[in-house]
Ligand binder design. Structure first.
Ligand SMILES: NC(=O)c1ccc[n+]([C@@H]2O[C@H](COP(=O)([O-])OP(=O)(O)OC[C@H]3O[C@@H](n4cnc5c(N)ncnc54)[C@H](OP(=O)(O)O)[C@@H]3O)[C@@H](O)[C@H]2O)c1
Length: 253
């Protein structure tokens, strides 16, 4: 049976583990050829193995998204293997720095904005012209509930700022390219059992703030959803023509 993404190429950032890995596998099941981007080579290799085990094709592009100025070189270097990218899932993200803003390292704050926001927009700007000329494309920016309620993660100022801006970028760009065949949507993945959640729980409560630490410990106690469940929710919405929306994993498709 033909999947909805047969003959399409999908680039997923942060595809080495967690939600990104699960999205890549789900896209492969839907017929897409996948391009997996992150830094950790061993994790990317395991994701590629899982994509192939699901019957898909995987190309690994190792790259550091904390350097948006290097993205065009990164894409240029892989251009021959990449071909046309039809689907872009900007999923790579970091939750650091956590803790009181009076003690934050401003360079670290800016680096987090680069990974969570500037690199996502930079990749989009690089791949959008091709999508527009082919009159078809799907861009999804992985956000967070913190964009809707910035006070829900006190001590995560860079993360809250980046995700809110990422959603504004999404809706603004969607309106700009409306009717072109290219859709741009945001996705809030829910509370997902990944390394990011583990990393927060493993921080010293005194370092990140006791309330934030307790909050994420409580989320874990109450039960997190699996990356696969979250990924299915994202990918099942992707073939449609909806644009400028914020999809939530918890909403019925
Ligand atoms: N888990 C949740 O409950 C939750 C909730 C709301 C939103 N989200 C969002 O969902 C997305 C995925 O999160 P996750 O929980 O799956 O996190 P994760 O398990 O920590 O995975 C993050 C991925 O991003 C990559 N990444 C991080 N920094 C990078 C960099 N500088 N360059 C390239 N790749 C980089 C990581 O690979 P390398 O480190 O190897 O580069 C990894 O593959 C993020 O945008 C996150 O904000 C997650």
């Amino acid at each position: 049976m033909m999947g909805p993404f047969e003959d399409r190429t999908a680039l997923v950032t942060g595809a080495g583990r967690g939600i990104g890995r699960a999205v890549a596998v789900e896209l492969a099941r839907a017929g897409a050829r996948t391009v997996l981007m992150a830094r950790s080579q061993d994790e990317l290799a395991e994701s590629a193995r899982l994509v192939r085990a699901a019957g898909g094709e995987a190309l690994v592009v190792q790259g550091d998204l904390s350097r948006p100025d290097r993205i065009s070189d990164l894409l240029g270097g892989a251009r021959d293997d990449l071909g046309d990218v039809d689907v872009l899932v900007n999923n790579a993200g970091v939750v650091w720095p956590l803790g009181p803003s009076a003690a934050v390292d401003a360079a670290e704050w800016a680096a987090a904005i680069d990974v969570n926001l500037v690199s996502a927009a930079t990749l989009t700007f690089a791949l959008l012209p091709g999508m527009l000329s082919r009159k078809w494309g799907r861009i999804v920016n992985v956000s967070s509930g913190v964009a809707e309620r910035p006070t829900s993660m006190i001590g995560a100022n860079a993360y809250a700022t980046a995700k809110a801006a990422l959603e504004a970028h999404t809706v603004n760009l969607a309106a700009e390219v409306a009717g072109s065949g290219v859709t741009v949507n945001a996705f809030r993945p829910g509370r997902v059992d990944t390394a990011m959640q583990t990393w927060i729980r493993e921080r010293d409560p005194e370092e990140i703030g006791a309330a934030l630490h307790e909050q994420f410990t409580d989320y874990h106690r109450a039960g997190l959803i699996s990356p696969e469940e979250s990924a299915r929710s994202l990918v099942s919405r992707l073939p449609g023509d909806a644009t400028g929306q914020t999809w939530k994993a918890s909403d019925p498709v």
